[in-house]
Design a protein around this ligand. Structure first.
Ligand code: GUN
Length: 287
């Protein structure tokens, strides 16, 4: 029996269509077009690709994107001044600072400067606090996307054992909070976790977000488990071509109930959730 493949690309497409409909409704009913400011500092090739995709999807959904490209030499003060300007701009409903930032910039200070109401990445401490207390706010995009994918195969999370591999602020910690809200039993593991394969084998759901190619092997996965693969690592093959691989050895997971592919699983959902967060921010902004 093959595991079900959770088609993130198709689900992201559906969410993008729903978002486009919500954008149009907001325009007609309230005369407001959601606007997303995207700030790219320097010219990291991967960041260029991600930013390009985000802007292209905004355009398709009818969201106004406002692009700010700054040189890698930009000072922290200049970057903070730009954020102040965007916070005060009533046509900007969401602000995204593409990470990573250059070493001379304090990323924490920069992210803290974004108005929590415009923090569509959900990285501001106010939104992190809201998520951990289950009191609303903007939720980070990748964890939101993971929940949409999981919801397509799981009705009731109560009491299910979930093992999250990776404790990052962007994925591991926030997705754990969302799963706790659903009353799953969540174990967050990381590089220092002992006997990780044994821990993983107890899981009904595995969320692999370690950034370690093919870390999760077939024997780590209980028959019938659901596996969400958040890894995206670019590797070079023997023939010199590069390809993207996930954190899971998916070819060893036929005994799983359902798995997400890489690419085409979590990745497309992240951008779709960024746009839905932008519409949410625009919907709650002052008139
Ligand atoms: N760089 C890698 N992932 C992300 C993300 O989710 N948001 C931002 N702003 N930058 C990133």
């Amino acid at each position: 029996m093959m595991a079900e493949i959770i088609d993130g690309k198709a689900m992201a497409q559906r969410l993008l269509e729903e978002t486009a409909t919500a954008v149009e409704k907001m325009r007609v009913e309230h005369g407001r077009t959601p606007g997303l400011a995207v700030v790219l500092v320097g010219s990291d090739p991967a960041s260029e690709v991600y930013v390009g995709r985000k802007i292209a999807q905004c355009r398709k959904a009818g969201i106004r994107s406002i692009e700010h490209r700054l040189p890698a030499t930009v000072s922290q003060a200049e970057l903070l001044a730009l954020i102040d300007e965007l916070n005060a701009d009533s046509e900007v409903h969401g602000i995204l600072i593409q990470l990573p930032l250059p070493d001379h910039v304090d990323a924490g200070l920069v992210l803290d400067r974004i108005s929590p109401a415009k923090d569509v990445d959900g990285f501001h401490p106010v939104n992190v606090g809201r998520l951990s207390t289950g009191t609303g706010g903007l939720v980070p995009c990748t964890p939101l996307g993971i929940m949409v994918l999981l919801d397509s195969v799981i009705d009731d999370y109560r009491g299910l054992n979930v093992v999250v591999i990776g404790k990052s602020n962007i994925v591991g910690k926030p997705v754990s909070m969302l799963l706790l809200e659903r009353e799953a039993t969540v174990t967050v593991t990381h590089i220092e976790t002992r006997d990780l394969p044994d821990v993983a084998r107890k899981a009904d759901i595995i969320v692999a977000a370690a950034g370690a190619p093919h870390l999760v092997r077939g024997y780590w996965v209980k028959p019938g488990a659901v596996v969400i693969d958040v890894g995206i690592t670019r590797v070079r093959d023997h023939d010199g071509k590069t390809r993207i691989v996930g954190d899971c050895a998916t070819h060893e997971l036929d005994h799983a109930r359902a798995v997400t592919p890489v690419p085409g699983g979590v990745g497309p959902m992240t951008i779709a959730c960024l746009l839905s967060n932008t519409v949410k921010a625009a919907g709650t902004a002052d008139p």
